[in-house]
Design a protein around this ligand. Structure first.
Ligand SMILES: Nc1nc2c(c(=O)[nH]1)N[C@H]1C(S)=C(S)[C@@H](COP(=O)(O)O)O[C@H]1N2
Ligand SMILES: [Mo]
Length: 311
């Protein structure tokens, strides 16, 4: 399906409606549950509620969050994904479940989603390139999906793969990174309350450039952990190697926890340019927070680990 429902005129309307709706939700005047509208794709998302524990005021403009992207399958520039991802076919969409778990084999995404409670959460997002956004995502807890798959006691990691289809993803004809894009989480990270399997943003289904129809969001980690357009989920007993780690293990680790005290070898991670309220080179530079501000939820998992070694 073409990326048509974000045609400029509609986008302005959608966005202003979305914002005024948010104000009403905050004021307690209406509930967060709503039926999604304005999309022509067949995948229908169930009703969702805004989770009040995860709401932050200063949203990034939808226009910026959907036009300034990293999705190397569609090109290396920030504008390439919005320009090139529109033709990716995202329905029907099948996710293959496998490895050390009871549930095995392909499952239709729409059927899969119907098992879970969809909620909206506003998360801070921090890219390792030192820019950040605040985005209202919609999705379900990865913990719920893990339980659904019934991993065996040997399963210590969850591993993900993006679609591999060079016909649809022209970037895969090049060798910028080893394809398909790969990611992994330790089981406790996968089960963490914050970890979201994401199917929408700004009250709508995910646009292709943001990783439709299913992507991972791990808000205390650098953006590259948020693997897009997932087709495979596997339970492993050994730590997998993610795509960025495979290219440059000295620069990108398995954990990729946001940490202002551990710099990338080629640049500082102490501050970030927060892209809010319209993109500009004058966007405020703010201090990066430990675990991207989610210390209370996640610090326990890394107790006693040397985070300069396990970066
Ligand atoms: N398959 C795939 N997933 C990916 C990437 C990619 O190139 N390919 N880029 C990652 C990086 S580096 C970031 S910062 C986020 C960007 O997500 P966004 O475009 O929704 O902001 O997606 C991540 N997921
Ligand atoms: Mo990133």
């Amino acid at each position: 399906m073409k990326f048509k429902n974000t045609h400029k005129d509609h986008q302005v309307t959608d966005e202003s409606i979305y914002k005024s709706r948010r104000k009403l939700i905050k004021a307690g005047l209406i509930g967060g549950a709503s039926v999604l509208s304005g999309s022509s794709m067949a995948l229908t998302l169930p009703k969702h509620k805004t989770n009040p524990s995860f709401v932050i005021d200063e949203l990034t403009e939808e226009r910026d969050a959907t036009t300034y992207n990293n999705f190397y399958e569609f090109g290396l520039s920030k504008s390439a994904p919005a320009e090139n991802a529109g033709s990716m076919k995202t329905e029907p969409w099948t996710v293959e479940i496998g490895g050390l778990c009871e549930k095995q084999g392909p499952v239709d995404l729409e059927k899969l989603i119907s098992n879970f409670q969809i909620e909206e959460r506003v998360y801070r997002m921090r890219c390792v390139e030192a820019w950040s956004m605040v985005i209202p995502w919609m999705g379900f807890k990865l913990a719920d999906l893990v339980k659904y798959c019934q991993p065996t006691s040997d399963a210590k990691y969850v591993y993900f793969e993006t679609l591999y289809d060079p016909q649809q993803m022209p970037g895969q004809k090049g060798r910028s990174i080893p394809w398909p894009y790969r990611e992994g989480l330790r089981m406790d990270e996968a089960m963490n309350e914050l970890t979201l399997m994401t199917v929408g943003m700004y009250g709508k289904k995910l646009p292709n450039q943001n990783g439709a129809p299913l992507r991972l969001i791990v808000p205390w980690k650098y953006g590259f952990k948020g693997i897009k357009s997932i087709v495979k989920i596997k339970f492993l007993d050994k730590q997998p190697v993610n795509s960025w780690q495979a290219i440059a293990p000295q620069e990108y680790g398995f954990y990729a926890n946001v940490n202002p005290n551990v710099d990338h070898p080629r640049w500082s991670q102490a501050t970030e340019r927060r892209i809010t309220g319209g993109f500009s080179l004058f966007n405020s530079r703010i201090k990066t927070q430990m675990f991207n501000g989610y210390e209370d939820y996640v610090a326990d998992m890394y107790q006693g680990m040397d985070l300069t070694k396990y970066y």
